[in-house]
Design a protein. Sequence first.
Length: 128
Amino acid sequence: MNSSFPQTTLQALQPDDADYAAILDVARIPAEQVLTLPISLHVDSLDRYGAWAFLLAQLRAPDGRRLDFSRTPLAEQAAAGGLSDVYAALLKQEGAQWRIVAHVVGPGDVAWESWPQDHGAPAALFGQ
């Protein structure tokens, strides 16, 4: 087997996998920038397909409690019931580094449905 070929099967990453913490660290940055608060991400799924990764998580306060959106720029949207606790991020590995390709904070629908077409990510990463 030639190890120069990228992995081409879907892999559900676990906390003890090498890239798990690095992906979460990179993914957390744009969420914190949008919310202007420190957050933690409670992972629902973190899948990798080759050089791509897709994170689906719940936004939480650093202590693990539900995030108080009233202290964020999205307070009005949250008060109107138009904001979920969901965070999704699409990442791509370039060399040893992961970078954000797309992300969404608090969507009310499946905002990542078009990401395979929009960003060239493998559809298998999204269960398509």
